[in-house]
Design a protein around this ligand. Structure first.
Ligand code: SAM
Length: 486
């Protein structure tokens, strides 16, 4: 939300298109739900108008979907026996689905629509009875030990529960655990080469810090728990490697769900866990248990044709977050890919008494291709950042008028930005991938991320060059006007 406001281009020159595909879909679905509510209490005449409005809104949603169709390549000849078994088990417990599970290129398993699905159709319904949540820990023999531990969260308890349950032959969830990957391949499992390849990017720090944090958590719990309760916490099931596997499971498959009692719980949801993420999702609203049916429903916010992969939105995540905790880079322009900029504001922000208000302010940039306004004074760059740099040069409010003084400030602001981003580009470096075939999954992902960073920084440098041209032209006009004036 903060980023959405930051990049909002209300400049009066170009109409704002939309901030993100997800927001656009969200807005159209909100309109649809207001229309549906109004339809239930409308007169005949109002009903005709509302029906027309409804059709127009659904058409807009269809148009949106047509523009962002993602081609899913199904991987043939892969056995989905375990997945089918899980589906059967789910259906016996009350699951209802219009999705089929197959292997898809680049993402492991995915969920494919078995029929044409419309806006509002329920693609999947999972009864609460097969959702894995903290209730299961409460009923288990480990709870009386864990509840006495100071500050341990429900999430950590569940993580420890799942580490043991995964190996239990009598588990109610055995069929579910059998479908989980042996390895998760998220950023948390990056090897040293991939970490080194990330040199010069913030993702390196993000992964290293996340891993250090987890190691710290592990060391707080082990080997103490195994030493004190070896039957309940068998040491061979509670190694660091298994702990990391469980963390990756919960980070990449856990969903936050609001239950009928109003409590938010992190859960594992069999079958729903096969849904992949997209920046153009079909399903966005799935976070609340329907108390009438005591089930979790996954309704469509845009249509999904038969044979098409049905996508979920995991949330408004940056690519660095998706790599660290999920292990993939989404396709398409991710509006949440932001590079933060810490700018020393000591000389820029002065209060009325002339004292610095704060010494640092965080600004951000993203690929300038996402911006609609590349005119003079905008350059495809975020307005708060430009205004901040202008204020550092002149405390007077910048009125964006075509004056020589303003153009001179613009040149300085642009040059400042250019040197920042040229330095950034240099530290990202220019490593080239070899043929790709011998490159491991993690180095490949690290290089793809670096490439994305390069594209963002390079778009800013390009915007700088075009910006400079615009300003120089205007300055030139000013000086020739002056020399021609009597
Ligand atoms: C909730 S699971 C989805 C099912 C998963 N594909 C599987 O086979 O178990 C989340 C994981 O799916 C993969 N994934 C999800 N969306 C993806 C996407 N758009 N592209 C590539 N991989 C994706 C990532 O490995 C992620 O950690």
């Amino acid at each position: 939300m903060q980023a959405e406001l930051y990049f909002d281009e209300v400049d009066g020159l170009t109409p704002v298109k939309y901030y993100s595909p997800r927001n656009e879909l969200e807005a159209l679905n909100s309109i649809l739900s207001v229309i549906d509510t109004s339809l239930s209490s409308s007169t005949d005449m109002e009903m005709d108008i509302l029906q027309d409005l409804r059709e127009a809104t659904v058409d807009k949603i269809l148009d949106f979907g047509d523009k962002c169709k993602e081609e899913t390549k199904i991987v043939e000849n892969c056995s989905c026996d375990r997945e089918k078994c899980l589906l059967q088990w789910g259906e016996n417990s009350g699951v209802r689905t219009k999705l089929q599970i197959t292997y898809v290129e680049r993402a492991g398993r995915g969920a494919i629509a078995m029929e044409d699905l419309k806006v509002g159709d329920i693609a999947l319904e999972v009864p609460v009875s097969i959702i894995i949540s903290e209730d299961l820990v409460h009923k288990s023999d480990m709870f009386h030990i864990l509840e006495k531990m100071d500050g341990i969260s429900s999430e950590t308890m569940l993580l420890l529960w799942s580490m043991r349950e995964k190996h239990s032959r009598n588990s109610k969830f055995k069929i579910y655990f059998d479908t989980l990957p042996e390895v998760f391949n998220t950023g948390l499992s990056f090897g040293i080469d991939a970490i080194m390849a990330l040199d010069g990017t913030l993702l390196l720090e993000e992964i290293v810090q996340a891993k250090e944090h987890l190691r710290f958590q592990y060391d707080l719990l082990f080997p103490a728990l195994c030493d004190d309760h070896p039957v309940i916490f068998p040491p061979e099931l509670y190694t660091w490697e298994q702990f990391l596997w469980a963390c990756e499971l919960w980070y990449s498959n856990g969903m936050k769900i609001m239950f009928a009692d109003g409590k938010l719980r992190t859960c594992l949801i069999p079958i729903a866990g096969f849904l992949n993420h997209s920046l153009y999702p079909h399903i966005m609203h799935y976070g609340k248990v329907d108390s009438a049916t005591n089930s979790l429903k996954f309704p469509l916010s845009r249509p999904c044709s038969v044979g098409e992969q049905c996508y979920l939105s995991y949330g408004n995540f940056s690519s660095s977050h998706l790599i660290t905790f999920y292990g993939f880079l989404p396709q398409g322009d991710n509006p949440y890919d932001i590079i933060p900029l810490d700018i020393d504001a000591a000389q820029a922000d002065f209060s009325e008494e002339g004292c610095p208000m704060s010494s640092w302010t965080t600004h951000m940039v993203r690929g300038t291709w996402l911006s609609k306004n590349h005119e003079i004074f905008y350059y495809g760059l975020p307005a708060p950042l430009l205004d901040h740099l202008r204020r550092a040069r002149s405390p007077m409010p910048h009125d964006k008028t075509l004056t020589q003084a303003n153009f001179e400030i613009e040149m300085e602001v642009l040059q400042d930005l250019c040197s920042t981003f040229e330095d950034m580009m240099e530290s990202i470096g220019n490593t080239e991938l070899d043929d790709g075939k011998n490159t491991s999954w993690d180095v490949k992902l690290a290089e793809e991320f670096k490439d994305l960073q390069r594209r963002i920084v390079s778009s800013i440098i390009t915007s700088y060059h075009s910006g400079c041209k615009l300003v120089k032209n205007e300055l030139h006009k000013c000086t020739t006007d002056e020399s021609q004036s009597p």
